[in-house]
Design a protein around this ligand. Structure first.
Ligand code: ATP
Length: 367
């Protein structure tokens, strides 16, 4: 099997009711890449997948697979296969027949179908399970049967729409490694849709962060985590502290921002000009008690033990700050009286245009 590249060339998608789910988008996914589209519910991830698989046509622009324009080609005419959260295995068919299902329509004889199914079951580490019924397998094993079935038709691009969301947490984490290994072994291009940043960060070569029909940033997990380019990307992926303020001065890739907590210097990748409304973002592990640069005073309010590290919650001028330090076995003073000097290096903080933020867990829970 071999993967093909996928290109969205100015693709926008408006549904018949007039709602534009995907704003004009340019995107190139490389052949053999594990590529995730990460974003909150309703941001347009599935809509992009539908346009790549041929279930809908873009309202504008072109979808190309392996350089070939897919306009007018339905799902069966495209070199793609799709896996949903709902696996839809046939309950009365043994596992191997489920895997071989798509091959019969292609005129492949029973013997060859069985051999091919066996090969694929071996690939997904179910080589000795072919004669069982789906109901005799665990959730994770059934998921692997679905993957083997999708791969049976030798797609160049496998489209996965939140395929792990029905599994429990442990299994989900185990399946991340399995999926990654299967992708590596086959070389098929995987386009993986998820709202779970942990999944995207652990499995992907690159990630597109999507919000409100717009792809805001594309990059490796490291890039997105360490060098976010929008307020939404910074706040959606991982924990982060933020201070609102206004850019005061700029120089050589950095800027100084005035905030209610003080003046701070940080990277300025979007080249904001003095006077711009902006937000400063700093990861909890980049805020260090006693650091000499970008200093501020805060009171320790709470500490959560996470095992290898401590999650410390400080308060400064009504703003809550999260600080992660390694657990050295000495519990910090929780009297709440002492002001602690916190600081962070300008290199590990970023000033970005003020903009919509990802909603926090408690905001989502209150819905
Ligand atoms: P989820 O993770 O919840 O599946 P998503 O990011 O995959 O979300 P989409 O299913 O692509 O989101 O939907 C994007 C937007 O388009 C949503 O606001 C949705 O309500 C809207 N939408 C989806 N399908 C249609 C349709 N057939 N007609 C009109 N609007 C639609």
């Amino acid at each position: 099997m071999r993967g093909k590249d996928v290109t969205l060339d100015s693709v926008s998608i408006t549904y018949p009711n007039g709602f534009t789910a995907v704003a004009p988008t340019d995107l190139r996914i490389e052949a053999g890449e594990f590529f995730s589209i990460l974003g909150p519910s309703g941001c347009g991830k599935t809509t992009i997948l539908r346009a790549v698989s041929g279930f809908i046509e873009p309202s504008q622009g072109r979808v190309l697979i392996g350089g070939e324009d897919m306009a007018g080609k339905g799902p069966n005419a495209r070199p793609t296969a799709l896996i949903f959260q709902n696996l839809a295995l046939f309950p009365l068919m043994p596992v191997w027949e489920n895997v071989a299902f798509g091959l019969e329509a292609r005129g492949i004889g029973k013997r060859a179908r069985r051999d091919r199914a066996q090969e694929l079951l071996h690939l997904v580490a179910l080589g000795d399970q072919g004669d069982k019924l789906p109901s005799e397998l665990s959730g994770g094993q059934r998921q692997r049967v679905a993957i083997a079935r999708a791969l049976a038709v030798e797609p160049s691009v496998l489209l996965l729409d939140e395929p792990l969301s029905a599994l429990d947490l442990k299994l989900r984490q185990h399946m991340r490694a399995e999926l990654r290994a299967i992708q590596r072994k086959t070389g098929v291009t995987f386009i993986y849709i998820t709202h779970d940043q942990g999944e995207a960060l652990t499995m992907s070569d690159r990630i597109a962060v999507m919000n409100n029909g717009v792809i805001e940033q594309v990059g490796s997990g490291d890039e997105i985590y360490s060098q976010p380019r929008t307020a939404f990307a910074a706040s959606f992926v991982g924990e982060i502290n933020r201070f609102e303020g206004r850019v005061e001065t700029v120089e050589n890739g950095t800027a100084r921002i005035v905030t209610p907590l003080g003046r701070f210097r940080a990277r300025n990748p979007e080249q904001l000009a003095p006077g711009a409304d902006a937000m400063l973002f700093v990861r909890p592990e980049a805020m260090v008690p006693g650091h000499a640069e970008n200093r501020l005073s805060a009171r320790l309010k709470r500490r959560d033990l996470e095992g290898a590290f401590l999650n410390l919650f400080f308060e400064a001028q009504g703003v809550e700050l999260s600080v992660h330090v390694t657990n050295d076995g000495r519990a910090p003073d929780l009297s709440g009286q002492d002001l602690t000097g916190l600081g962070f290096s300008a290199e590990r903080a970023v000033i970005l245009p003020a903009g919509p933020l990802a909603r926090t867990g408690s905001e989502l829970a209150a819905q």
